[in-house]
Ligand binder design. Structure first.
Ligand SMILES: Cc1cc2nc3c(=O)[nH]c(=O)nc-3n(C[C@H](O)[C@H](O)[C@H](O)COP(=O)(O)OP(=O)(O)OC[C@H]3O[C@@H](n4cnc5c(N)ncnc54)[C@H](O)[C@@H]3O)c2cc1C
Length: 411
């Protein structure tokens, strides 16, 4: 008999978790609410922590080929136009053996992970929206909106920000709107911002607005501006119509900014607007035979570039700990005691670091929209003196980039 794992959600965490489980002899099945892989969203910043996990599956090189490696990050002040900081990330990439900043279009990345999972024989069922979770005896079931259900030894909610699994386990609670929206898109890279020998990402801090631009290829870039907004905006990440695009662009404070920004914004070919949300990080992520992974457990604002990276660290540790189960090789199924031990260890290992990351991302978001000349000058001064990075923050960033293991993978 097999050790069956029901995975809810085929975004980023779902297919990777399924492949790691399959790699170790488990029997995963994925259920996704949409009818196909979504073509939505902008980019994900893939860091060495993710590439280390993908490498276990032989997928790191393929991911690198999909993306564009950024080698330099430049920070500028919109108030004074001065460069507040510039960082060459190549030495860190060389030291870690993986690109430090890899910019990948989310749609391509999702499709790649999905195709890889299917290629390894993992069943993926679309149009399966989970509405509940039932546990009875030594089995757990996902209950779908269409009236069907699926049963297994373990159920993992990889179902993102609005996780239905989380709501079923711990009660319904809405995501927390952070009072910020981002508007972003893809544009041809203006000549003035091309740097083929050293692909450069840049961000500009202004009064009440922030702009970030990253190359996604030699000729195309992704951009996003963060703005305060009392009105909530959905985070559906969908492409907007040409009329909406024109209206959004015209209304943006950054559409008149110097240093190539105006040109980038005018050239936009795809635009989306999304509110930023997180949720309090819960003190436990599991109940019985069900557990949360990725955004379902710890959605974060995107300012630390850690959402998708942390999700894969979760996957690594969850599978590693399940593989250590004392009864794994003597029992046909995952036993309740093995599950309880693995899930408890998993959340103990992950909760503290994830809490710090989510808090730092929120802090960075607030810094991006500081308004008023004096406050902005103080913020710029802090960035000029090393990015306002206190030792704890730097230590955490280095710890995160190292990923879930140093040296050989344990799975
Ligand atoms: C469409 C989309 C676009 C995004 N674009 C960006 C971006 O441009 N930049 C960025 O930094 N972050 C983006 N994010 C967020 C980012 O992908 C996540 O922070 C990160 O990848 C964590 O991955 P995850 O697998 O935990 O969650 P997600 O990648 O969000 O995947 C969750 C999956 O679960 C599915 N799902 C949800 N509810 C149910 C249900 N009830 N039943 C079954 N399936 C369900 C969803 O359809 C989705 O496929 C986007 C998320 C989505 C959903």
């Amino acid at each position: 008999m097999s050790k069956s794992v029901i995975i809810i959600g085929c975004g980023i965490a779902g297919p990777v978790l399924a492949m790691l489980l399959k790699h170790k002899g488990f029997d995963p099945v994925i259920y996704e609410r949409h009818t196909e892989i979504q073509s939505a969203g902008l980019i994900l910043g893939v860091s060495p922590q993710t590439l280390k996990v993908l490498n276990i599956l032989g997928l790191a090189e393929g991911a690198i080929a999909l993306g564009h490696q950024v080698q330099q990050l430049v920070t500028r002040s919109q108030l004074t136009q001065e460069i507040l900081g510039s960082r060459d990330v190549s030495p860190i990439s060389q030291k870690l053996g993986w690109p430090m900043v890899l910019v990948v279009k989310r749609t391509l990345y999702c499709q790649y992970l999905y195709d890889s999972a299917v290629g390894r024989g993992i069943p993926v069922y679309f149009g399966k929206k989970v509405v509940g979770v039932d546990e009875s005896g030594d089995r757990v079931s996902a209950v779908f909106e269409d009236g069907t259900s699926a049963e297994g030894d373990l159920l993992v909610g990889c179902d993102g920000l609005h996780s239905a699994v989380r709501n079923a386990l711990f009660g319904k609670e809405d995501p927390r709107y952070m009072g910020l929206v981002q508007i972003g898109g893809f544009s041809p890279t203006p000549e003035s911002l091309r740097n083929d020998s050293k692909p450069t990402g840049f961000q500009i801090y202004g009064d009440g607005a922030h702009f970030i631009g990253m190359p996604v290829s030699d000729t195309e870039m992704v951009w996003a501006t963060t703005l305060p907004s009392p009105n909530e905006a959905k985070e559906d990440w969908q492409r907007r119509s040409p009329e909406e695009t024109r209206d959004m662009i015209n209304g943006l404070p950054v559409s008149r900014w110097e240093n190539g920004v105006e040109e980038v914004i005018r050239g936009t070919t795809f635009i989306t607007r999304y509110g930023l949300y997180d949720r309090p990080v819960l003190d436990t992520w599991h109940k019985g035979r069900s557990v949360l992974v990725g955004d379902a457990a710890h959605p974060t604002s995107p300012h630390m570039g850690q959402g998708a990276n942390q999700a894969l660290e979760d996957c690594y540790h969850l599978v590693r700990l399940l593989c250590k189960s004392p009864n794994l090789h003597t029992s046909d199924r995952l036993t309740s005691s093995d599950i309880e031990t693995a899930l408890t260890q998993y959340e103990h290992l992950r909760i503290d670091i994830v809490k710090k990351t989510v808090a730092l991302a929120a802090e960075e978001g607030n810094r991006r929209v500081i308004s008023g000349r004096k406050a902005c000058e103080e913020r710029d001064e802090m960035l000029r003196n090393g990015g306002g990075s206190n030792p704890e923050r730097l230590k955490l960033q280095m710890e995160l980039i190292q990923g879930p293991f140093v040296g050989e993978s344990e799975i």
